[in-house]
Structures are given as C-alpha cells and as structure tokens.
Design a protein around this ligand. Sequence first.
Ligand SMILES: [Zn+2]
Length: 74
Amino acid sequence: MAVCDICNIPGWGIPVSASVFRTAVQNGFCPFRLHLDNDMGIPNIRDTWRREALASHTDWNLCATCHSALQPYI
Ligand SMILES: [Zn+2]
C-alpha cells in the first residue's frame, strides 16, 4: 500500500520527482525540523535522512500536508 514517504500516512498523494525533491532538501527542507515526522530520538537522523534524500533517484509520494510544506523550498 502506498504511504506518504515523509509522514507515512496511507494513500497516494502528490508525486514529486527526485530532482525537485533534492532541490527542496538543498534549500533547507527538513521534515524533522517541520515536525512532519517523529525523529524517534535517533541521533543524527536528520543528517542521515538528508544524505539519503539527496542520493535518492526515486520519485516521492507526498500527502497534501507534506506537499504544501515542501512548496516554499522549490
Ligand atoms: Zn505526509
């Protein structure tokens, strides 16, 4: 089943291409700082997430909430 790639809400949301998403991350988009995701107390999860997001070449599936949070960064 499809889930939002950021907050894991079930369902198909809005597709975002990998290159657009990388641009947003480079512009400072961070789901943990925006409280879209729970960091679960894992040390360095933000750095790890950012590195993996910048390396990803797979399109992202974002729910409406996460997609609107992304807009200022693209
Ligand atoms: Zn979401």
